[in-house]
Ligand binder design. Structure first.
Ligand code: GLU
Length: 352
């Protein structure tokens, strides 16, 4: 009898000292959408490759010890290069993320191509209705390459999604040992593994083989604090981006509107500028058709300021502030599901 009680007591001590008594194993669900992380080269050593070749089960199986971080499950939502990302896939993905986070899952990891990762991340940052972690991850080298970066990135993404510190930070992007906020991050190099940066704000944290150092987060609204949280429209309005340059052709603007655009984002020169002919047409379309006009910039850094060289108040335009043209387009699409009033949309650009 004494021996049995002693044995039980010892077992409790060993169990408690191993840390398992205090730490719950998190449940992380991986939603796969394709991209280079699931890509394979046609032949070993070849430079070209095809995105979205491997399935979610292959991606999970390729990462040693990832199952120690969390209890994992996976699901294929799409298997595309992210240049083919569309409103349809976004809406399907957002619906699945919201469903999964309503269940007993503690967090979601989304594998994604890097080309449009910042857009999907920002879209989810505005429509996910949960404070649980949502982490996007990809790779710059295909799964079959020498020194593929996908497995390390995926390991880190699962570690972030399983971390209590990731809660309430909005949607995050994990790449190349860095953690970034969806609203701030941009892809800035065509092929280098160090391609993601948050040029205005810096990273949200660092991660090395699952060990995380968090930095301060921004006070901007996101996820459950967003007015779009849980929104599941059947489709999104069309918003086009027009690139400004010397001798810019204003007829492209009219053509976009004739083709159904309800909003235009101008990737402006400098502080969101464009030639006078383009300004005149945009102002006319804003007044006549209620076109939503966003002035963003083609430059990699800096804010687009209101009423600087362009009289936004008079023209009825929105200045994009921190948002690059791609991010501005995402917010404009969601804004248009509620209003095309430039004053109200300007407030959204400041709030999120
Ligand atoms: N075009 C591919 C994609 O975005 C390659 C970029 C990548 O995933 O790294 O899916």
């Amino acid at each position: 009898m004494k021996l049995t009680i002693g044995y039980i007591f010892m077992s409790i001590l060993i169990f408690a000292s191993s840390g398992f008594a205090a730490e719950k194993k998190m449940k992380i669900h991986i939603l796969a959408t394709g991209g280079t992380i699931a890509g394979a080269q046609m032949k070993a050593g070849e430079y070209g490759y095809k995105s979205g070749t491997f399935k979610v089960e292959d991606l999970i199986a390729a990462v040693p010890n990832m199952g120690d971080l969390a209890t994992l499950s996976g699901e294929q939502v799409a298997n595309i290069g992210s240049q083919d990302m569309s409103d349809e896939v976004w809406l399907k993905l957002a619906k699945r993320v919201n469903e999964v986070l309503k269940s007993d899952a503690d967090g979601v990891v989304i594998t994604h191509g890097t080309d449009t990762m910042e857009e999907t991340a920002f879209f989810l940052n505005l429509v996910v209705k949960s404070d649980k972690p949502v982490v996007l991850v990809g790779s710059m080298r295909p799964a079959t390459a020498i020194s593929a970066d996908g497995p390390g990135n995926l390991y880190n993404a699962v570690a972030v999604a399983a971390s209590p510190g990731a809660k309430k930070r909005g949607v995050l992007v994990v790449m190349n040992d860095e953690i970034h906020q969806a609203r701030a991050v941009e892809k800035m190099n065509t092929t280098n593994v160090e391609t993601f940066h948050s040029p205005e704000r810096g990273p949200e944290g660092y991660i090395n083989t699952g060990k995380i150092a968090w930095f301060e987060t921004s006070s901007k609204k996101h996820t459950s604090g967003s007015e779009f949280a849980g929104a599941s429209p059947k489709s999104l309005p069309r918003v086009d981006i027009i690139y400004a340059h010397s001798n810019m052709s204003p007829d492209l603007i009219e053509s976009a509107v004739k083709s159904g655009a309800k909003g235009i984002v101008v990737a402006g020169v400098g502080d969101g500028n464009m030639n006078q002919a383009s300004l005149t047409i945009l102002e006319r379309l804003q007044k006549k058709n209620g076109l939503l006009v966003i002035r963003s910039t083609r430059l990699p850094t800096g804010l687009v300021l209101r009423n600087n060289e362009v009289d936004d108040d008079k023209a009825g335009f929105v200045a994009s502030g921190e948002f690059n043209p791609a991010k501005s387009r995402v917010l404009a699409q969601l804004a248009l599901t509620k209003t095309s009033d430039p004053k109200k949309v300007q407030e959204m650009f400041e709030k999120y």
